[in-house]
Design a protein around this ligand. Structure first.
Ligand SMILES: C[S@@+](CC[C@H](N)C(=O)[O-])C[C@H]1O[C@@H](n2cnc3c(N)ncnc32)[C@H](O)[C@@H]1O
Length: 424
């Protein structure tokens, strides 16, 4: 039972602990403790141990000695914020954003960490996910910066803002419904970085986006919108018209980088038949269809009608692309079946594709599957599912498409186990 708050000040341990210490008093919200910060966990938290509990700490870095304040205690998880750094890491930097820190904006978790260390930490999380969930050790996946992104700021081309009761746009405090009004977002592209002067009283949400041409569009749910509802994005010589409600890769350099990575991983050839599953507005479809040429084909499957509408708008001139609006699982199981396929791009939502979809894909025996993932654990689980369906992991590259946050994008290649040498 929690009665008053524990203030437990300790001396620094010389080793980073990897197991809970012996049981002491129960931890309570508001307790303040001094702890040595251990390894990073999936989700951007760092592990610490105290009073027999494992604690997930935000705003810290492995190796630091920090004063932490407990923010949440549940039967399975204890969370805390590092509120004072007693011995800082050499990789600690001053956060570029004034709204980053304990009980402030819940969006960026890595603003206090140098960019190089951010990537090293993401690499570690990916390696850990593959070891735990795919039973693969030393996968050697590197997390690369996006070309031209030198400071991790002003990269985000679309932003969803919360709205407080007074109508100010802002962001949610971590694990809270409270909206913190924010007048400038440092990771948003410059045009959206300053919140539009209008207030949004009564709106549930404000969405903004900046096109490659610098045009900024803002819409607010539940109130009159300002500006148009689509922006123009240029990707590898093509122009795209994208609605604010459709999925679009958030980092300004991500579409070019990911399209190139998908083409390099899959090596689509003239005359081949490809599927782009979870295709969004058809970003990968366009370049894959160009690569397989008029004798080849591309089927794009997407469940969100607004994204499919944008795909139609952008791809209607491509005769070798077929757009399917529907659930991937339904389409894969539909009669008479989708036909022959040589290569598949799979870019599911954060939860991953899952065992059933993986089995259905493997049953079609494509020569290669290119898996684009925004969650390393979901990817590793699906890699394990592919392994039990005759496909082996042939490599992956990580891309730092979400600097200042713990998120990472991965492009992985899977090939049939009995034909692994088809891919160089
Ligand atoms: C990570 S996005 C990828 C979009 C696209 N590949 C891109 O890079 O722009 C995942 C997409 O899957 C769609 N989606 C989610 N679940 C789906 C399902 N069960 N069937 C079809 N599409 C789905 C979402 O609407 C979203 O557009």
């Amino acid at each position: 039972m929690c009665r008053g708050n524990l203030i437990q000040v300790s001396v620094r341990s010389t080793v980073i602990p990897d197991a809970p210490a012996k049981t002491l008093a129960p931890l309570c919200v508001g307790d303040v403790l001094d702890v040595t910060i251990g390894q990073i966990a999936h989700g951007g938290h760092f592990i610490a141990h105290a009073n027999g509990r494992t604690i997930f700490v935000r705003h810290a870095i492995t190796g630091e000695f920090a004063r932490i304040k407990i923010t949440e205690v549940r039967s399975k998880i204890v969370r805390a914020d590092a509120v004072e750094i007693l011995e800082p890491s050499p990789d600690r930097v001053s956060p570029p954003c004034a709204f980053a820190g304990p009980q402030l904006c819940g969006g960026c978790d890595f603003q206090h960490i140098s960019l190089g260390r951010q990537r090293a930490l993401k690499q570690q999380v990916v390696a850990d996910a593959f070891r735990r969930h795919a039973r693969l050790v030393d996968v050697g996946i590197h997390v690369l910066p996006i070309a031209g992104d030198d400071d991790g700021l002003h990269w985000r081309t679309r932003v969803r803002w919360g709205v407080d009761r007074q109508g100010h746009a802002g962001f949610h405090v971590f694990r809270s419904s409270t909206v913190l009004p924010v007048d400038k977002c440092m990771i948003a592209t410059a045009g959206q970085g300053v919140v539009p002067a209008a207030t949004y009283r009564g709106a549930q949400e404000v969405r903004s986006a900046e096109g490659s041409d610098g045009e900024v569009v803002v819409t607010a749910t539940g109130t009159a919108s300002s500006g148009g509802s689509r922006v123009t994005q240029f990707v590898l010589g093509r122009s795209w018209q994208i609605g604010l409600a459709s999925f679009w890769q958030g980092h300004r350099g991500a579409p070019d980088t990911l399209v190139r990575a998908v083409l390099a991983a899959g090596d689509p050839r003239i005359g081949e038949h490809w599927w782009d599953l979870y295709s969004g507005v058809g970003l990968f479809s366009a370049y894959l269809a160009a690569a397989v040429g008029p004798t080849g084909s591309l089927v794009a499957v997407e469940g969100d009608s607004r994204s499919v509408r944008d795909a139609r708008r952008n791809l209607h001139q491509e005769a070798n692309i077929k757009l399917v609006e529907g659930q991937v699982g339904d389409w894969l199981g539909s009669a008479p079946g989708p036909g022959r396929v040589d290569g598949i791009v799979l870019d599911p939502p954060r939860t991953g594709a899952g065992h059933a979809i993986v089995s259905q894909i493997a049953a079609r025996k494509p020569r290669v599957v290119v898996y684009v993932a925004c969650d390393p654990v979901a990817l590793a689980r699906d890699v394990e599912a592919f392994a039990s369906n005759g496909y082996r992991f042939a490599g992956a590259t990580g891309f730092d498409t979400f600097p200042m946050t713990h998120h990472v994008e991965l492009v992985a290649t899977l090939v049939p186990i009995d034909a692994a040498d088809q891919i160089s």
